[in-house]
Ligand binder design. Structure first.
Ligand code: SF4
Length: 284
């Protein structure tokens, strides 16, 4: 079960994305997947390169659009474990429309966001996750907008699996990705993944000082949406662990009559060249 390939990542030394890559590879092996049983679809940004660094099916999509592609892959071949991945700018700015509807739709894929609170690939601009007052090239006097809270947003959109982790907590992050893969429905995993080159505020040390593990909160109940929301608000969303999981709601696929039969990729659609040409002509 070898999920490593020969491609050397060109992330900056110390970038948090290295650990996310390692955690995905470990989680996939731990749940017993084979490389040909997994597909990784990524968006655009430094983190978007990840689909080329893991030995599985990979699709490097377009900016903010990894989720429509990933959902299409899953609907066409439910036998694949599908992981969508990208950065906070990709998923929570240009891709937010897709993110919110993928959450409420609940197709069985795992979405891992590498959240560094900045646009790294374009050399350091304010992202929807940058805090008010954050100074970058695009906001030299400090951002006047508050940061988006993706975990609260996901809870209100009807998410069935909401989790957060920190890239250096490799053991915890791997376990959360395993749980996300096993979850029957859409799982959103936001990973604090520091950009060591452009974000000099939200550093590894800053996260170590400010994050609280849910496992350290006595009696925390991840099956309660109310508890999840209250805890996020009490800790300014700076918590790690599985914040909320709904084990009762059925996934999108489970609600489609007949979906449990042959995957589309293996079905005989009786399409010969003549019928394909006829179909294509209708769209000309
Ligand atoms: Fe990572 Fe930032 Fe470098 Fe991009 S610019 S590879 S996010 S450290």
């Amino acid at each position: 079960k070898e999920f490593r390939n020969n491609v050397k990542p060109n992330w900056c030394p110390g970038c948090g994305d290295f650990s996310v890559q390692a955690a995905i590879q470990r989680a996939a092996a731990n749940v017993g997947l084979e490389p040909e049983g997994m597909a990784i679809v990524s968006g655009i940004g430094c983190s978007g390169r990840i689909s080329g660094y893991i030995n599985s099916y990979g699709f490097h999509g377009i900016h903010g659009r990894c989720l429509p592609i990933a959902q299409g892959v899953k609907m066409a071949n439910r036998d694949l474990t599908v992981i969508a991945s990208g950065g906070d700018g990709d998923g929570f700015a240009i891709g937010m429309g897709h993110t919110i509807h993928a959450i409420r739709r609940n197709i069985d894929i795992t979405y891992i966001v590498m959240d560094n609170q900045i646009y790294g690939l374009t050399k350091g601009q304010t992202s929807p996750r940058s805090a008010a007052g954050f100074k970058t090239k695009s906001t030299p006097q400090g951002s006047i907008e508050p940061a988006l809270s993706p975990m609260e947003m996901a809870l209100t959109a009807g998410a069935t699996f909401v989790a957060q982790s920190f890239s250096t907590d490799l053991k915890d992050l791997t376990a959360i990705i395993e749980a996300g893969i096993k979850h029957k429905g859409f799982s959103l995993i936001n990973v604090f993944s520091p950009c060591v080159t452009y974000n000099k505020v939200n550093t590894y040390d800053w996260f170590k000082e400010n994050l609280t593990k849910l496992s350290d909160i006595e009696g925390y109940d991840s099956s309660s949406r109310e508890t999840a929301m209250q805890t996020l608000m009490a800790h300014n969303s700076l918590v790690t662990g599985i914040i909320y999981q709904d084990l009762q709601r059925k996934s999108y696929q489970e609600l489609i009559p007949g979906y449990a039969e042959t995957p589309l990729t293996q079905a005989d659609l009786h399409l010969d060249q003549g019928s394909f040409d006829k179909l294509a002509a209708e769209f000309m």
